[in-house]
Design a protein around this ligand. Structure first.
Ligand code: GDD
Ligand code: MG
Length: 329
């Protein structure tokens, strides 16, 4: 395979408002929220680096200024990171076209694009290999879900070619969905209009199919989650803490929990089930915390039980309280 067909460049789409995660996203863009102790974007950067990506552009818009102080030029991750800021959000397709300009793609070169809120254990190297082997213009990572209504529904033919791309259907015609990680040829990227608002899902994919650009699905059944709702955000953190092998970026886990320096936990408290306890949190005597995210400076009183909950910074759970499955904050 010649060099100009390699896929060592990537774009991360991190400019959305994260409305479904409000109020958590009032202070932080969704991709910077910490899952298992690290921003979602960091999990993705580490995954990309492991698959041979060496240059990444973060396509930012909402709270664009918070990314660069954290990720810098990428040297601490062994890659180059640049930032393409959209003054006005350009949509997922417009963001790709805008960010791609910074990557100076050569003819025949490909680029990997990630939705900024997806965590997955899928085999990105294998997806890249398939993209080359089929000579595709677009290769979409697909996964199967029971209810496809909230996603892009992607039926395939017997050879794995994409038949249609149907974003957020009321009555999905397949369970295979767009899992939010694409490989694009430079030729396909050139089809996206510059400097205008474009949805890759609603505009670009249907256009490329209409023009008969070869588009293939790469089906992979490994772990996948879109952490864009409060419940899925909590689940993602719990899952990564309980299965540290899912992401090389996960902080060190002890006894099925991740406890930051500066958290004060009474020795009679019982913490586990994939919980995350942030700095400044105080957990009282005989309290039980399972599968929960306890944010900075939270106080959990004596004898309380907190199961599968998110507790926003600074809140107090009074003594002897029982809460299950709640998002507090
Ligand atoms: N730079 C930039 N500019 N990024 C954007 C913009 C924009 O205008 N709009 C959205 N994004 C980013 C978001 O930050 C997010 O990381 C990603 O694009 C996807 O947006 P979501 O809002 O999370 O979309 P979704 O979850 O409803 O649907 C998408 O993901 C599903 C899989 O999780 C679609 O791609 C579906 O087809 C897909 O199934
Ligand atoms: Mg999403």
């Amino acid at each position: 395979m010649s060099d100009n067909q390699s896929s060592s460049k990537a774009i991360l789409l991190v400019g959305g408002k994260g409305t479904r995660l409000s109020p958590l996203t009032n202070q932080s863009p969704k991709p910077m929220l910490k899952v298992a102790g690290k921003p979602v974007t960091e999990h993705q950067i580490v995954k990309a680096q492991e698959a041979g990506i060496r240059e990444i552009v973060l396509a930012t818009s909402y709270m664009a200024e918070v990314f660069e102080p954290y990720f810098g030029n990428g040297s601490k991750f062994g890659i180059s990171i640049k930032y393409a800021v959209e003054e006005v959000p350009l949509g997922t397709g417009g963001a790709i076209a805008n960010a791609a300009q910074m990557l100076e793609l050569q003819t025949g070169e490909s680029v990997v694009v990630f939705n900024g809120d997806v965590l997955s254990a899928h085999d990105l190297s294998q997806q890249i290999s398939q993209h080359k082997a089929t000579n595709a213009d677009v290769t979409l990572y697909l996964t199967e879900v029971e209810d496809a209504r909230a996603y892009g529904c992607v039926p395939l033919d017997n050879e794995g070619r994409v038949l249609e791309f149907l974003e957020k259907m009321d009555n999905p015609i397949a369970n295979t969905i767009n899992a939010g990680c694409y490989i694009f040829s430079s030729r396909a990227i050139s089809e996206i209009p510059r400097d205008s608002v474009v949805s890759v899902e609603r505009d670009t994919f249907p256009l490329l199919l209409q023009k008969e650009f070869p588009m293939y699905g790469y089906k992979d059944g490994s772990y996948w989650i879109d952490m864009g709702t409060p419940q899925s955000f909590l689940k993602a953190s719990r899952d990564l803490i309980l299965n540290p092998s899912l992401s090389a970026a996960t902080d060190s886990v002890v006894a099925e929990s991740l406890i930051e320096m500066g958290a004060l936990i009474d020795s009679s408290a019982n913490i586990g089930g994939g919980s995350m306890i942030s700095a400044g949190a105080r957990i009282g005597a005989r309290a039980t915390v399972m599968g929960s995210m306890v944010m900075n400076d939270v106080e959990i009183g004596e004898g309380s039980t907190v199961i599968d909950c998110y507790i926003a910074p600074g809140l107090t759970v009074p003594s002897s309280t029982q809460i299950v499955g709640e998002i507090l904050g």
